[in-house]
Design a protein around this ligand. Structure first.
Ligand code: HH2
Length: 260
């Protein structure tokens, strides 16, 4: 099956890549619709930046950012996920019509169970404010895998029917940790739980590319997304949807018609 592309829509003033660009409702909805046009299976709406060192946002502020965008996109027929670590924001977003809970805290499975929606558990070491200070693991791949399997088991026991797992590239990880998780992604895929991977425009790509700024990381983003899909990731999170969706079709051996 062709891996799904989750289009990233951050309605925040400070996200590392698209911060401030979609703060206005019309601009956010237009971007969401454009990403679907480009091949996104769904649009992942986030109202709090989780970039390293980001200042936490009050859940009420985060909720007020995401709910109108989700309502408008759902009304236009777009499938939305909510990217949050706060239960009250998740509940409001699911109430507004989002149909997947992308949980960077890996702790909100009760909310997903109550709403009857699929749940993504992402691995993060610590919290965004401090996670890059000095992340340490004995064996990053084994530890992330064990954490995700335990969260998936807990979610299933709580009544979540559809569980996804994500190694959380860049979330409390050094360059070596990120590269190890990508190189051994087969270990995570081997759990049998469907895998999501997000590398899009992330800092480690900038470092690998000799300090490339955020808007010059397209090739690195597509290269790593393609690798992840080839290793068996079922979904990738992307800012550059068109290029990533083409890569997904190539990985799946799908003939791309009328899309050049
Ligand atoms: N990465 C980010 C946010 N949410 N969710 C999942 N499942 N996997 C990820 O890798 C992931 C995520 C961070 O990227 P972004 O949303 O582009 O930036 P910011 O957190 O600054 O808003």
């Amino acid at each position: 099956m062709t891996p799904a592309v989750m289009g990233i829509l951050n309605v925040t003033p400070d996200s590392f890549s698209d911060g401030g660009r979609y703060a206005d409702l019309d601009a956010a909805v237009a971007r969401g619709l454009a990403m679907v046009e480009e091949g996104a299976a769904l649009v992942d709406v986030g109202g709090e930046s989780t970039r390293p060192g980001a200042t936490p946002v009050e859940p009420s502020v985060e909720r007020d950012r995401v709910v109108p965008v989700i309502e408008a996109l759902v009304a236009a027929g777009v499938r939305c996920s909510i990217d949050t670590r706060h239960a009250s924001v998740a509940e409001a977003a699911l109430g507004a019509g989002a149909t997947l809970l992308n949980d960077v805290s890996a702790s909100l499975h009760g909310v997903a169970a109550a709403a009857g929606v699929p749940w993504v558990a992402m691995h993060m070491l610590g919290d965004p404010l401090t996670m890059q200070a000095d992340p340490r693991y004995d064996d990053v791949v084994a530890e992330v895998r064990a954490f995700l399997v335990a969260r998936a088991d807990a979610a299933r026991a709580a009544g979540v029917d559809e569980v996804w797992i994500d190694p959380g590239i860049g979330f409390g990880k050094t360059m070596a940790h990120n590269l190890a998780l990508l190189a051994r992604l087969d270990t995570i895929v081997g759990t049998g739980v469907p895998v999501v991977v997000g590398t899009s425009r992330k800092g480690f790509l900038g470092t690998l590319l000799g300090g490339a700024p955020v808007d010059d990381r397209l090739e690195g983003s597509v290269a790593t997304a393609t690798w992840a899909m080839w290793q068996g990731a079922s979904m990738v999170r992307a800012h550059d949807v068109r290029a990533t969706a083409h890569a997904a079709r190539v990985v799946a051996g799908e003939i791309v018609k009328g899309s050049h």
